[in-house]
Design a protein around this ligand. Structure first.
Ligand code: ADP
Ligand code: MG
Length: 189
């Protein structure tokens, strides 16, 4: 059986999409059949592409929920790549397992923590089920050390604990920070 799960995780700007696209290119060089998915929710740069912050891109199918991925995968597909996997609901765990059990190489990329530093959605399950895990780091914008956290800014100030967990955005709302420089004030409520 050749099925397996690879998880690429880390903070925003850590190069997850860049690394996913690097693996996608190698699958294309090998002339294997590939399908790429992303949650519909992520429309930051493009609706039907995965795009990295340094401008790399690959065509992708936007899907509303995890089960849509199962519906769309044909039997002759070798590799399935999914970006922003943290945005799917808990069905994604079964979907990814089912695909790997049926012989597919499944490569997923996603944020391991939300802006508060709390494990994001189904990422803990995906990380523990995966055969291969790659944790990437960005560069802390304050001190230049490796950054494992994502700082959300609202009007230039660190976001509060009660702010909504999902807010799709890029450099205007988020920056990479190390543990020391990451800050989440408690809510006002
Ligand atoms: P992710 O998918 O993890 O958010 P991307 O692959 O889209 O990351 O983007 C990675 C790119 O972001 C890097 O190659 C670099 O050009 C750029 N970048 C911008 N800010 C930073 C930062 N603080 N640390 C590291 N890379 C950064
Ligand atoms: Mg990305």
């Amino acid at each position: 059986q050749k099925g397996s799960i690879e998880v690429i995780c880390g903070s925003m700007f850590s190069g997850k999409t860049e690394e996913l696209i690097r693996r996608i290119r190698r699958v294309q060089y090998a002339r294997r059949n590939l399908m790429i998915f992303k949650p519909q929710l992520d429309d930051r740069y493009s609706i039907n592409e995965v795009v990295s912050h340094n401008g790399l891109s690959a065509m992708a199918q936007p899907v509303a929920n995890a089960n849509d991925i199962i519906q769309r995968v044909h039997a002759d597909v070798d590799v399935i790549a999914i970006d922003e996997v943290q945005f799917f609901n808990e069905e994604i765990v079964d979907v990814v397992n089912q695909l790997a059990d049926s012989g597919h190489r499944v490569i997923v990329a996603g944020l391991d923590q939300d802006f508060r530093g709390v494990p994001f959605g189904s990422m803990p399950e995906l990380l523990s089920m995966a055969e291969y895990v790659t944790k990437l780091h960005a560069v802390c914008v304050v001190c230049g050390e490796p950054a494992s956290r994502t700082q959300r800014l609202i009007n230039g100030k660190p976001a509060c604990y009660d702010d909504p967990i999902i807010l799709v955005g890029a450099s205007e709302a988020y920056e990479a920070r190390c543990r020391r420089h990451h800050e989440v004030p408690l809510g006002i409520s």
